[in-house]
Design a protein around this ligand. Structure first.
Ligand code: SF4
Ligand code: FE
Length: 484
């Protein structure tokens, strides 16, 4: 069963015994919780579309391990064409969900862990790559959603992990046994944690010798004993408890993040992919981040497509669509959005084969992609709010629209173009609110800023890859200055 149906996916999640807290209370059934469920719908769509012939080419791939058809989210990229298809798949899913569909972090993590464990084994004679392949085989066979987890709490940013007042501020090995390791610590902002079957943990930064206990990578079942999830709040999240399909903006889909705590979690050796090899932690961070920076050139573009469409509809409904400045602003939004896509495609097309055989993106272009993502969605959102008008945040609720006494006033005074029902105008303005200020703004804006590393992290990679000396020699030659 290499491709689960959407229903089988949902049923498989129900079997997991998550320890999860939301707003101070333990949640017995996360799958049906109204705040969590929209995020499950987004992941569920990645199963549904994999079985839809129309999307087969983007959503599925051929396993290099078994030759079977698998979900692309479980695949190791075997060519630059695979890398390009990944970005196209993400744009399409962003268009369909207008949310973070969460499953990419696992795909990016397996691709990074594959090449790093291979190189580690080559150099050190360890056996991590074989173990990783065993896990990958099961992941592909079972069509698991795997949550790649990198970001530690980090405490005082001026101190290394071993210098922190609290030693658990980075995930670490607290005990090594004959049968495995015991880990403590936490991972923050964990995208899609409660919609995942397994988690794949990686170190968050390049570790030094004194931080060898923190150079640890492993997989664990998402509901393993000792893992506790504390669900993250999102702006306007409690609207999902009200049962209104207008006020939530996006009536079906969402994303989520959670704090993932490891309170003495036992990991058998067969699930450990790095344990103390600190000199390889930097490569793992750089490759995972590189893949995820590529990802944003797809998913954020797809969400951007929805926002641009919503803005154009808002202009239509307001009767402002013929104004030249409105047309020009929509063109600007498209230009910015397609520039992000161009970066996502470019870093994929310029990818190359790693020593282990899978393909990696061009790091420079992936980092340029993500650096642009830290800016352009904010400008796109600003223009969307400009065109939408203030009503998107001052409008009454769905309950007012349907109130027997005052509904007629809402209907009358919030109508724009007379041919368009007031309810349609309200729906589209709420969608713009959702994407730029509500629950989806977590994924579309703040995550664009900080997800896959904050802006400065990309500038560091860009500066490392910039090769200014080569550029200077180009200038010298053109200007007629002798080479040094
Ligand atoms: Fe995928 Fe984008 Fe969400 Fe990351 S932010 S998991 S790339 S949808
Ligand atoms: Fe992300």
């Amino acid at each position: 069963m290499t491709l689960k149906t959407a229903q089988q996916y949902e049923d498989s999640l129900r079997k997991l015994k998550f320890q999860v807290y939301l707003q101070g209370e333990k949640v017995a059934n996360p799958v049906d919780h109204p705040i969590i469920r929209p995020s499950m719908h987004s992941v569920k769509l990645t199963y549904e579309l994999a079985l839809d012939p129309e999307y087969e080419d983007l959503m599925t791939a051929t396993s290099h391990l078994t030759g079977k058809k698998i979900n692309r989210f479980c695949h190791l990229h075997q060519s630059t064409e695979d890398l390009v298809k990944k970005v196209k798949m993400q744009r399409m899913l962003g268009q369909r969900t207008a949310a973070c569909f969460q499953r990419c972090v696992g795909m990016d993590a397996i691709n990074a862990v594959d090449s790093v464990t291979f190189e580690m084994d080559e150099k050190l004679g360890t056996h991590y790559h074989e173990r990783f392949n065993q896990f990958l085989l099961k992941m592909q066979e079972e069509d698991w959603t795997v949550d790649g987890a990198m970001t530690d709490p980090k405490g005082d940013r001026g101190l290394a992990p071993h210098q922190q007042a609290d030693p658990d501020l980075f995930v670490r090995v607290v005990e090594k046994r004959q049968d495995g390791i015991v880990v403590c610590g936490a991972k923050c902002h964990q995208t899609g944690a409660l919609n995942s079957h397994w988690i794949l943990i990686m170190p968050t930064l390049s570790m030094g010798e004194k931080d060898a206990d923190y150079a640890v990578s492993f997989v664990a079942p998402a509901d393993a004993a000792g893992i506790v999830y504390i669900y993250g709040r999102q702006s306007c999240d409690t609207r999902k408890l009200e049962g209104s399909s207008i006020d939530v903006g996006n009536k079906q889909f969402g994303g989520h993040e959670a704090l993932m705590v490891f309170d003495h979690v036992f990991i058998p050796w067969e699930n450990v992919f790095m344990c103390g090899e600190y000199e390889f932690s930097g490569a793992l961070v750089e490759r995972f981040a590189g893949y995820h920076r590529q990802s944003y050139g797809g998913c954020k573009v797809g969400v951007g497509d929805v926002l641009i469409g919503a803005t154009a509809l808002a202009a239509d409904y307001n009767g402002a669509h013929k104004a030249s400045h409105v047309k020009d602003k929509l063109i600007e939004m498209v230009h910015l959005n397609e520039t992000l896509y161009a970066c996502g495609i470019a870093c994929s097309a310029e990818g190359y084969k790693t020593a282990s055989g899978n393909y990696i993106i061009d790091l420079m272009l992936a980092n340029v992609c993500k650096q642009n993502v830290t800016r352009f969605p904010y400008e796109i959102a600003r223009l969307a709010q400009d065109i939408a008008g203030g009503l998107m945040v001052t409008m009454p609720s769905e309950k007012d629209l349907h109130n027997l006494e005052i509904g007629k006033y809402v209907e009358k005074y919030f109508r724009g173009v007379n041919t368009v029902p007031t309810e349609h105008r309200m729906r589209i303005l709420r969608l713009i609110e959702n994407l730029t200020l509500g629950t989806a703004a977590v994924g579309y804006l703040t995550e664009s800023m900080h997800g896959a590393g904050s802006p400065q992290a990309q500038r560091i990679v860009i500066s490392r890859q910039a090769n200014l000396e080569q550029k200077k020699s180009l200038a010298r030659r053109i200007a007629g200055i002798p080479a040094k």
